[in-house]
Design a protein around this ligand. Structure first.
Ligand code: NAD
Ligand code: IPM
Ligand code: MN
Length: 366
């Protein structure tokens, strides 16, 4: 198959991990007889430097006609004083909105070799396997008005949801639960927020169309606690934009590192943008030590969801597991008696596992 893939490396470690994803996809192409054509475009701070805007028109156009999109990360402190419409994050929010990528799937499943890498007890995290279905194009992130008032002494953001926006993401949550363990937890703040009360009504109504799926409602504060005390009590979580953002970073602790979590941002027709959950990690950017696995696993999600290349996606996930099993880890992780390596070396190990070559001794001995 010949696929046109847009690469949006962005800022900070985005560039480093995108190189890793490219190398992995090139390996998949040659191992399985596919052709992936990459088209690189600017987004975020990188695009602001080049074109004066975090989301150039030709980036949007290219994404609109692509088979799939891979995004690294955006953002850096140096852009903090820019007006909101020029900030790197606006590029990411803009592309999600322009492509109507309302369903953000964030799987959280620990790899066995990393059980000790989490600060949580192994007995607590063992066996946990969660999918967060996060609404991505509505809520507080996009509602208007959003402005300063009273001579700058007050600020307003708006939590707006139209029924139709809630219906489509809730439906996606039910569909995901139906395909997994048939248990959906809807997370809201219905004891306080009107939008959450509407959310709950919609979930209850939708549940009639999915009689096999068991539904529970959980308030977001309790959900945050339960995620780290009893993660095994979750299967699929469906929630609004901001809650999903916060809960997914929290849930990454189950896997040992934020650098392990991939995601898919989808719309109904399957068009997808694939991105790690983490950000541009300015504290480690340029050092060659970023964990490329969230990006590599995002590329695997792209193969699975956009191209139906199931065998290829499975192969990447197995190769990642094998790399960790062999004791290789980047500095954000820790594997007792393992070998700490950098971004490029980790990518190399995954490639070697993909091509079934034995892992080079040069890495083990350095
Ligand atoms: P961050 O996710 O960039 O980093 C949080 C911590 O996790 C840091 O200590 C970082 O070093 C570590 N980390 C993250 N990814 C890692 C990886 N792959 N390997 C090893 N360590 C990793 O969050 P932040 O520091 O709060 O934000 C930095 C910038 O990133 C901000 O400008 C923010 O807006 C942006 N951001 C972008 C995205 C995105 O592009 N999707 C997501 C989150 C944050
Ligand atoms: C994420 C990020 C983004 C979000 C930011 C960078 C706009 O934190 O993808 O999780 O909040 O959605
Ligand atoms: Mn986030």
């Amino acid at each position: 198959m010949n696929k046109q893939i847009i690469l949006l490396p962005g800022d900070g470690i985005g560039k480093e991990i995108m190189e890793a994803a490219k190398a992995i996809l090139n390996t998949i192409a040659s191992e399985y007889g596919h052709r992936f054509t990459f088209h690189q475009h600017a987004i975020g701070g990188d695009a602001y430097e080049q074109c004066g805007t975090p989301l150039p028109e030709d980036t949007v156009k290219a994404c609109q006609s692509a088979d799939a999109i891979l995004l690294g990360a955006v953002g850096d402190k140096k852009y903090d004083s820019l007006p909101p419409h020029l900030r790197p994050e606006k590029g990411l929010l803009g592309i999600r909105k322009a492509l109507e990528l309302y369903a953000n799937l964030r799987p959280i499943k620990g790899f066995t070799p990393l059980m000790h890498a989490s600060p949580l007890k192994e007995s607590v995290i063992n066996g946990s396997d969660i999918l967060i279905v996060r609404e991505l194009t509505g809520g507080l992130y996009f509602g208007k008005p959003r402005e300063r008032r009273e001579n700058g002494l007050a600020a307003i953001d708006t939590l707006y949801y139209h029924r139709s926006e809630i219906e489509r993401i809730v439906e996606r949550g039910f569909q995901s639960a139906q395909l997994r363990n048939k248990y959906l937890t809807s997370v809201d703040k219905a004891n306080v927020l009107e939008s959450s009360r509407m959310w709950r009504e919609i979930v209850n109504k939708k549940s009639k169309e999915f009689p096999e799926v068991t539904v529970d409602h959980l308030l977001v504060d309790a959900a945050a606690m339960k995620l780290v005390t009893n993660p095994n009590s979750f299967d699929v979580i469906v929630t609004e934009n901001l809650f999903g953002d916060i809960l997914s970073d929290e849930a990454s602790v189950l896997t040992g590192s934020l650098g392990m979590l991939p995601s898919a941002s989808l719309r109904s027709d399957g068009v997808g943008l694939y991105e790690p959950v983490h950000g541009s990690a300015p504290d480690i950017a340029g050092k060659g030590i970023a964990n490329p696995l969230a990006m590599i696993l995002s590329a695997a999600m792209m193969l699975r969801h956009s191209f139906q290349m199931i065998e290829e996606a499975d192969a990447i996930e197995l190769a990642v597991n094998a790399a960790l099993d062999q004791g290789y880890y980047t500095p954000d992780l820790d594997i007792p008696n393992g070998k700490q390596i950098g971004t490029k070396e980790m990518t190399e190990v995954v490639i070697e596992n993909l091509t079934n070559k034995s892992v080079s001794n040069s890495i083990l001995s350095t």
